[in-house]
Design a protein around this ligand. Structure first.
Ligand code: GDP
Length: 299
């Protein structure tokens, strides 16, 4: 929580300070409500949530004196109400051998790192884990995944850089089944500049996986970099069209002033948020706690 709070501190203290400034000795009039709404939109919370918060304040407190503390409490409660229903951990179904998790997202969003952290978590739970180095475009991604495999004791299935990603997915499925692994985490390339290619590649990967288990993939997790702000919202839209995203992980919440975007994404898409990244280390993946997150946002 400290790390999340420190990370979100920039947004929360920016928002908190502005709130304090805005509400100093003020009655809650039309102008204050408008300024407040503007602040919340600037904090990336999204128009719907911003208007709901100001709407509630208008109903309950219009023309009364109100303190920044009271506004913060309403803000935290409303944000928690949006995030509560989407806070849902990844659940590994033991009926699947393996439970297949396809990890998608644009380059640099933190896919490989998140796979490493998830692998560590599943290994700690005593599960057999296989990692598939499906970002075959970048040698660095393949090397990174091998390092995570060594660190966590997960097997890594990789091919040379430039190999066919669907072929790699086939190998990884086969190996995971042979090992009777509990979980297969499959990395993918995130070249967003060519949507048609990306879609064709992901479709092919899914087809290949389904040939070996028609119920797979069991999760399609989209990894989003919080520091990209509004861009993250566009990425959700694109990846939902390209492949059936079933849940989200938001990374880099340790160093950003833009965590509010997760609220806008939750309000618009209602996709489960499985976990959040708060650093580059192996233990820096936290389960997503809506109340904590809301308090950190509200400052
Ligand atoms: P990929 O291209 O999507 O596989 O992204 P990577 O996993 O290679 O991550 C890109 C960069 O972001 C790396 O330098 C990671 O160490 C860093 N990174 C990933 N997750 C986090 C996080 O939660 N916090 C911080 N501060 N850095 C992160």
């Amino acid at each position: 929580f400290q790390r999340l709070r420190a990370g979100l501190a920039r947004s929360s203290s920016a928002l908190g300070q502005s709130l304090t400034g805005l509400l100093r000795k003020r009655r809650l009039d039309e102008e204050t409500l408008e300024e407040l709404e503007e602040l919340l939109i600037q904090a990336d919370l999204g128009v719907e949530t911003a208007t709901r918060i100001t709407g509630r304040l208008a109903r309950e407190r219009y023309d009364k004196e109100i303190s920044a503390e009271e506004v913060r409490a309403v803000l935290a409660a409303e944000v928690a109400a949006v995030l509560g229903p989407v806070a849902r951990p990844l659940v590994i179904d033991p009926a699947h051998r393996p439970h297949v998790i396809l990890v998608v997202g644009v380059n640099g969003s933190g896919k490989t790192t998140t796979i490493g952290k998830l692998a560590a978590r599943f290994r700690r739970e005593g599960r057999r884990v296989v990692l598939g180095a499906g970002d075959t475009f970048r040698a660095a991604a393949i090397e990174q995944l091998k390092i995570w495999g060594e660190r966590t004791g997960a097997s890594v299935i990789a091919r040379a850089q430039g190999s066919d990603a669907a072929g790699l997915a086939f190998d990884a499925m086969k190996a995971a089944r042979e090992e009777s692994a509990d979980v297969l985490l499959l990395d993918t390339a995130g070249r967003l500049h060519n949507k048609a290619d990306l879609m064709a590649e992901l479709e092919k990967i899914v087809r290949v996986i389904r040939k070996q288990d028609e119920t797979a993939p069991h999760d399609v997790v989209l990894v989003l970099d919080a520091t990209t702000g509004q861009n993250a919202l566009n990425q959700v839209e694109i990846f939902r069209k390209v492949c059936g995203v079933t849940g989200l992980v938001m990374t880099k919440l340790d160093g950003t002033a833009r965590g509010g975007i997760l609220v806008a994404i939750a309000a618009r898409h209602g996709l489960p948020v499985h976990a959040i990244g708060v650093g580059e280390g192996i233990d820096d993946l936290q389960s997503f706690d809506a109340g904590e997150f809301a308090r950190a946002i509200a400052g």
